[in-house]
Design a binder for this molecule. Structure first.
Ligand SMILES: [Zn+2]
Length: 72
């Protein structure tokens, strides 16, 4: 199941939400604001602004995930 990372635009709290189905009415657990933005996280890592994701030993350029074990 996909876990999405959200950030509240009101209080800047970051939190993770387990999304069931296509439900997307996420609220901040801290201030209950519905004004939240979804961050990229989990299995769909993307490098934004050149920030390298090095969760498990770096990985090479042909690795799609964070692990080199699938391509070497
Ligand atoms: Zn909030």
């Amino acid at each position: 199941m996909p876990i999405y990372e959200y950030k509240c635009n009101k209080c800047a709290k970051e939190f993770e939400v387990l999304v069931l189905g296509s439900r997307d009415d996420v609220r901040c657990p801290q201030c209950d604001a519905a004004d939240v933005s979804r961050l990229m996280s989990g299995f769909a890592h993307k490098n934004e602004g050149g920030t390298l994701v090095s969760s498990s030993g770096g990985g090479c350029s042909s690795c799609s995930g964070g692990s080199c074990s699938t391509c070497h």
